[in-house]
Design a protein around this ligand. Structure first.
Ligand SMILES: [Zn+2]
Length: 245
């Protein structure tokens, strides 16, 4: 039988299984993205109290089961980020951050940077006295793309590699900003790319009061992610509806 391991983990989501169980998606530094079955999670409210909620930081004691599914032996709550629940925008944003990591995190490979990014993002959201401005979310997207090996091209042309000059376009196929003659997509100002590149290099805690940069659509990074994954980001729709983050 496989060894029991204790992993620091963040909960990325869950689905009910059978009458009593729950399959939980986790991101860990050591094992990347894994799924683990929590037996009895729905029949006993005490056994995993607070540990399986979206975004919870836990110590997960798990054992590898058959195939790719792990089995929970126990879980201990490290941080439940209770203040995020004070604002609908923050709840939606934390769900979005978890979904982005669920979509970009690789299974069964170390992901210390993505794990650290989401850990910090949730702690910053929990500490905010009001929902952060859009700069926080755009900075998170730029960092997540980079850590997933999909660093967006923001300060030059992704097609020909020359300097960004005049009106540019956002080419998801090209991996970022291109000259109009080198790619196709919505128009943007080179200054937008410069600003987002600065967000990519700025700690998230310093972006909470930063507005979206002018000169381009504020959802372009998420368009790149969606194109790469070939699936929509479901929690993005609520953020767009809320309009502020
Ligand atoms: Zn070009």
């Amino acid at each position: 039988m496989s060894a029991v391991e204790t992993l620091s983990a963040l909960v990325l989501g869950h689905t009910d299984y059978g009458d009593n169980d729950r399959i939980v998606q986790l991101i860990t530094a050591e094992k990347g993205r894994i799924s683990a079955i929590a037996r009895g999670a729905r029949s006993s409210k005490r056994r995993f109290k607070g540990c399986l909620e979206l975004g919870s930081r836990i110590q997960a004691t798990v054992r590898r089961g058959k195939g790719e599914l792990w089995q929970f032996q126990a879980a201990e709550l490290v941080h439940g980020h209770p203040h995020i629940r004070g604002f609908l925008e923050s709840i939606a944003l934390s769900a979005y951050c978890c979904e982005v990591v669920r979509e970009t995190g690789r299974p069964e490979q170390p992901e210390p940077k993505l794990f650290g990014l989401l850990d910090v993002a949730l702690l910053v959201l929990d500490a905010c006295t009001e929902p952060p401005k859009a700069g926080f979310r755009i900075g998170f997207e730029a960092k997540a793309l980079s850590f997933a090996g999909l660093t967006p091209v923001l300060t030059q042309c992704a097609g020909c590699g020359e300097a960004a000059q005049g009106p540019m376009v956002w080419s998801v196929r090209g991996g970022g900003m291109t000259h109009e003659s080198c790619g196709a997509g919505p128009k943007l100002d080179p200054a937008w790319g410069q600003a987002v590149e600065a967000f990519r290099r700025t700690p998230l805690a310093e972006l909470v009061d930063t507005e979206a940069p002018a000169g381009g659509n504020q959802w372009l990074l998420s368009e790149l992610m969606i194109w790469h994954q070939g699936r929509p980001l479901r929690s993005r729709e609520l953020l767009i509806t809320l309009g502020t983050v």
